[in-house]
Design a protein around this ligand. Sequence first.
Ligand code: SAM
Length: 342
Amino acid sequence: MAEYAILLLPSLNRVYSGTAVTLTRRELAVLDATVLGGKLTDVAETEIAGVPYVTFGAAELTDTDLAYLANLSSRYAMFERVGDLLRPVTTAPLDLFPSDLLTILKYPGKTNEQFTKLLLNVTALSTDRPGDLLARKLRVLDPMCGRGTTLNQALMYGLPVAGVDIDGKDIDQYAAFLKTWLRGNRIKHLARSAPIRRNRAVLGRRFDVELAPTKEAYKAGELITLTAIAGDTVHIGQFFRHRTFDVLVADAPYGVAHGSHGRTVSRSPVELIAAAAPSWADLLRPGGALGLSFNTHVARRSDLAEILTGAGLTVLDGPAYQGFEHRVDQAIVRDLLVARRD
Ligand SMILES: C[S@@+](CC[C@H](N)C(=O)[O-])C[C@H]1O[C@@H](n2cnc3c(N)ncnc32)[C@H](O)[C@@H]1O
């Protein structure tokens, strides 16, 4: 039995108001239940020389196990405990691009990039083919993508991705950011924008990019595709063919307004989710998974679970999927739900 210690990203305590360890333990529980075969024992918070770590035991971690652990959303470094020493464990995360792809954009209402990664990880591991994450085979959709944190995380992993947001300014700002970032990093790409028309009516606008992490990959046609659409998620079925995606992830509107006097509760996103859920379910391939995070002040877990069930999805409610609730600020306590299309 070997013992391991994970050092968490130093920025996490600010982002999660002190619940970073709990969220890391929850993410590890999903990893353990889905791909590690229940190998992890004694997962705990342990202080080593005054620094907090998440520690666990495991009989034998294979290279594949380590590859999964390398992508843990909160991981800064990983060590094997040998006596009272820490031996660095070399890990190979999927990351293809510099990390500022995720950190440069800052705006009110942004879903923090670590939580976005956690939600994508937990959902990707919950499809009927969790290995597709490491094989970079997942097609990802964020049906309420804002200014694209999920889109950037999917790109980082090298996954084809699409997003929709009703706020056209968000999509424009995301497109402007991404084009500037790609040019600045000399990443070969082709970007286009066009209106989406049906029967002469304009339904929305789309921004499409094809890119590759290296010039060689670009020449070889090994392209990552990204689409961001300004449109209503309730009409999302008009933008994509059914069963197109393996994974849908979204951070639902928090129901709080970002005004000059701080935040006030405006309205609940439950009706919106109820109206959109059948279309979201239809866009998932059978065996695909949906991960939805929400503000528990404006949406009850049980109500959302009922909506997702009504849309033909199976909510994953085993022990590994409990306990993700965490405080974001005084107006937001966030939780998540994962459901699979059978
Ligand atoms: C919590 S934010 C998501 C933020 C995003 N993850 C990010 O990091 O930028 C919720 C988003 O839902 C979008 N939204 C609200 N109603 C919508 C609708 N009917 N169709 C599509 N998007 C909608 C809002 O514009 C907002 O960007």
